[in-house]
Design a protein around this ligand. Sequence first.
Ligand SMILES: CC(C)(COP(=O)(O)OP(=O)(O)OC[C@H]1O[C@@H](n2cnc3c(N)ncnc32)[C@H](O)[C@@H]1OP(=O)(O)O)[C@@H](O)C(=O)NCCC(=O)NCCS
Length: 196
Amino acid sequence: LSVGGPRLTLRYAVERDAVALYEMARDPQVTRFFSWGPYRRPAQARAYIARQPRERREGVRLDFVVEHAEHGVIGVTGLSELSRRDRRATVGTWFGRAWWGSGANAESKALLAALAFEHLGLWRLGAYSHPEHSRSAAALRGIGFKREGLLRGYHRHGERQLDVVVWSLLCGDWEGSRLRSEPVRVSGGLPRGWVV
Ligand SMILES: CC(C)(COP(=O)(O)OP(=O)(O)OC[C@H]1O[C@@H](n2cnc3c(N)ncnc32)[C@H](O)[C@@H]1OP(=O)(O)O)[C@@H](O)C(=O)NCCC(=O)NCCS
């Protein structure tokens, strides 16, 4: 499966992407608000890639590398927490530090939203942000996500149980949003189990 836009393409990770993912996610700034990382060894990126096919099959996680037409892999975006019954999933994204503020976030979310709403049949994309991660909040708001509230003690990071801010973009929001105006090409088979 490949989802292509003007500059970026979402595709499944393959083994040779491990080096690029490792180089970006070894930066503590990139994983600062995550439950994992920073990567200490390339093997951690390889292990992440190796578990993707099973997680995809089992409906656990549908992750893509974000590939720039000239610069190669610049980050990761994807879906988790699929509820087929409720037609919703949660989006998560990270980019190498050099790509923050580059417009890659909006384009990659446009691609993922088109896939989710137009091809997978989802109705709601949720997202979480750390209460102190104002950049993530501004980025989500900027592409049309609405802040819904604070989930208390929702994510466990190491020994800490953290509150998270919850956001959403509904199919109807997306239809009227600037994300929708990006041209999107979807090619290849859709992942079975993710089409609701
Ligand atoms: C979160 C992430 C995906 C957002 O992508 P991005 O390219 O940085 O986002 P954008 O530049 O499109 O938008 C960021 C917005 O925050 C603003 N901003 C920048 N630094 C900020 C800060 N310190 N505090 C508040 N807002 C800030 C920018 O001005 C921009 O707002 P604008 O569009 O109104 O100008 C990216 O920063 C990233 O990969 N971070 C590391 C991984 C991560 O934390 N992922 C998110 C987990 S929820």
